[in-house]
Every structure is written in C-alpha cells, then in structure tokens.
Design a protein around this ligand. Sequence first.
Ligand code: MSP
Length: 521
Amino acid sequence: MERFYLTTAIDYVNGHPHIGHAYEKILTDIIARHYKKRCDDVYFLTGTDEHGIKIQKTSASKGMTPKELCDENANAFKETWKELEIDYNKFIRTTDDYHEDTVQKIFKKLVDNGDIYKHSYEGLYCNGCECFLNQKDLTEDGLCPNHMTKPEVVSEENYFFRLTKYKEAIIKHIKEHPDFIIPQFRANEVLNQLENIEDISVSRSINNVSWGIPVLDDDEQVIYVWIDALSNYITALGYNPSGESDENFKKYWPADVQVIGKDILKFHSIYWLAILMALDLPLPKHLLAHGWITIDEAKMSKSLGNVIAPVDILKHFELENADALRYYMASSAPCGKDGNYSDIDFKEQVNAHLANSMGNLLNRTLSMLVKYFDGEVKPEFKTNSAILNTAKNTIDIVKDCFDKFEVSEAVNAINNLVDTTNKYVTDNAPWTLAKEEKMTECGQVLTTVLDIMCVIASLIEPYCPNIAKDMAKQLSFDLNTKYDNLTCDNIKCGKLISKEDIKPVFLRVDSELADKSQKKK
Ligand code: MSP
C-alpha cells in the first residue's frame, strides 16, 4: 500500500464542536494513525462547512457577519481537534478562496456538460438539513424527521442537477461493490432511497440565501451547500476542473475511505457519486457511515441542554491528555452502530481497561523484573512460548479489523490480548517461581509478557498515543515499527529499567488514590 487518503465530514460552524463531531474525528484519526503503521504516505483531510442559510441566520441573530461567526467557530473546531490530538494534514474551510474558486468552476463545468439546468420549482426546504425534502420523507405531522421542524415552502427558479441520469450507474456501483458502503446493512437503505430519486436543486436564489458561493455568470443565484460542501474532498487536493490538477490530487484521489455520519450517507452515496461521475472522476473506495452518539441514552440537543463539548470532559476529569476519551469514544459502538456517552460509564471503562488491565499489567511486570533481576533481561529468558503466537495473531486480527474500518472491534481484539496475558501471569505465577528459586522460568514469564506489551503498545498507539509512548519508553521499544515488521521478539537483552523509571502509564480517573502529583513528573 503506497498511499492512503481519508476524509471526515466537514462540520457546520453555526455552533461549537460537540462529542458527536468529536466521535467522527477521533475514529478517522485512529484509522489514519493505524494506516501510518502500514504505509508511508497517509493524507488526512478535515474541515468546516461554512455557507448556507443556517450560518446566515445564526450570525444575524448574534449581530455578527457570517464570516465573523465562521472565523470564530472554525477556530473553536481547530482548538478542540488540537486538544484531542486529531493529527490531520489539512483543514479546509469552504470559505477558503481556492475552494470557492474551484466550486464555481465545477458548477460551470456541470452546466456546460448539460448536467445542470435551470428550472422553476416549489418545494419543502429544511434549513437544518440544508436541502429540499419530499412529502414522503416527512413525519406524520409534516416535520423533518431529523430536526423535528416544519420545512419552509420555498418557491424559486433554481439550477437543477440531473441526478436521475446517474441513478442506474449508482445502483450498479453499489451492487457490484458490496464493501463500498460500510457497514453493509446501510447499502440496502441507500438502494431503497435510490428507487424514488429525482433531479435535485443545486442553487438558491440570492434573495433567500445570500451567504453562499455565487454561480458564475448569474448574480441571482448562489450554489446550494451540498455541491459546495461535497467538493471539498477534491478542492482540498487541488483539483482543477478546467485544467491541470495539483500533484496532491493526482497522488491521493480517489479517497480510500470517507468517514461520515449515517445521517449524511444519502448525500455521499448518491449525490457525491453522481457529481463525481458527471466530472468523470474515479469514485472513493469506501464510505464509512458511523452511528450517532447519544448522551445518557438521549439524543443530544440544544433544547434538552445535554450537548457536551469534548474539552469539558477533559476538564471535568482533570485529564492531562485526550487518550482516555479517544479510547472510550472509539470503543463506544460497534462499526456503524449508535453509541452512547455517560460520565459513569466513561470512568468505569477507562479505569477497567486502561488503568487496571493494561496499565497494571505493565507496571507489575516491570516491578517484578526489577525486584528479581534488578531490571535485567537475560538471553535465557527469551522463549517461543505459545502465547507469543496469540500476540502475533492479534496483530493480524487488528489489521483485518482496520481493513474493514472496524475500529471498536479492533479494540476488543487488543483487550482480549491484554486479558489473555493477565491470565498467563496469574496461571504462571512468577512470584511463586521466584520463591521456588526457579529463576530462569520466572524471567521467561516476565520477558514473554514484556514482549507482548510491546505489541500491545504498538496496537493501542492509534487510540492512545500518549499511553503508548509511555509504555514504549519503559520497554525501550521503537513505536515507529511498521506492522509488517512487528514481531513478538521486541525486548532487548540487558538492563531494561530501574525502579525509579517505572511509572504508571494511566492513573485511574477520579480516584482518590491517584497521586495527581505523579502526573506532573
Ligand atoms: N456540513 C455537513 C457535512 C458536509 S460533508 C461534505 C454536516 N455537518 S454537521 O456539523 O451537522 O455534522 C458533521 C458530522 O458530524 C456528520 O458526519 C454528522 O453525522 C456528525 N455528527 C453530528 N452529530 C452527531 C452525533 N450526535 N453523533 C455522531 N456523529 C454526529 O452534516
């Protein structure tokens, strides 16, 4: 694998980032970090979606210009991603000049090709979705099922995109590529939606929406947000619809995976595919549609007052970095299913897995190595114990999971290895072996565990980069090792560690026993 390009949805900037936005960025960052261990060139794009009626209305209600609101909130997103260690390569804002310029050219190309035409229209517009809805999409009370608001009746002359022209080709693509939409069960939903698709409006009258990219050669219309938004995935790479594209575009497009929420799968699996087909561009290899995060099992909403900002969780639990939150979010739901955040569950999960099972395993093993062998690994401690095969298999299982973008399933595999290793320690009781003066056997058990801990550090690193770094330091293990070169023979013979260099890699959250001063070391 030479290069890997992945993207997230770009977030609306009419508010600040919440835990739902964060979930998606964390998942994508973990996938990016995993693939960095499998190929040399990973490119990760994220950003913000800044045009449309929602931004226009929110900014007006705050007495700000749309651009002022966008600048303020885009910054809040960037700040949050920094706190969460979202290590993207590029952050695109749809108000960036180069993006606006290319979107105008894309639109013009589609008009010139006859894929976009002008048409009078009356429809039901949901400001929350930023799209027209069909009567049959609404609830019994005539509300948008996503936002529970009544759509506005809008009567306009708009530009329309010939979506229907691409219907059969899209159906064929989805049917012939069963792993295009992940999880696969969502593909049926999309195929059902495709049954009744119509051409879609892709512009708005400037009288109704002024905050958008103007259509070239038509002052009366602005480009409808989804053509603007979806194009970000190629404008960010320097796609040029009317000439030579940049090197990045040639190198990275098509995307290996585009990570989005289930609510916007229709836009990506139908509209985006049709736009790419109309531009005669290759299609992304996979769309990963993740589920939604609820808070204490309730849908997050401003009216319920339960919207949680990720940085507030870090502050609340006095966490030094985002590892625990990243770990928790990544394991909160099976691939594509909905997940939930609750303070209590967060505490329980990270304490059980990161502190008790994984952290303690390393800590007590290193402590025994110091106690019995003054921290030294002798050549005769190296074995071919069967459990090393289990560790080796886990590397393959985790890679298989990531081939399918099963981020939480991969965590389960890592946790299984931790549990198996803990059981191995209990079963082999190195403290008893030491008491019986079976020192070689004792050293072998400890060294086997430490060899496995290197594998665990490597596999957990995409989720918990700081914990993994602390583990690797105490194990003198090179975390940059690519998965293809990762073996179960990682610990070098000789003095590994001294007592004063052993430190817990994760302190229990909110524990009175946790010596907070240790964190400062
Ligand atoms: N701007 C559009 C996306 C355009 S992509 C070309 C948009 N923005 S959004 O801010 O509403 O959502 C951004 C992403 O966050 C979407 O993938 C959405 O599914 C995700 N989430 C928003 N709330 C969420 C939860 N409560 N839980 C999980 N993800 C959620 O849609």
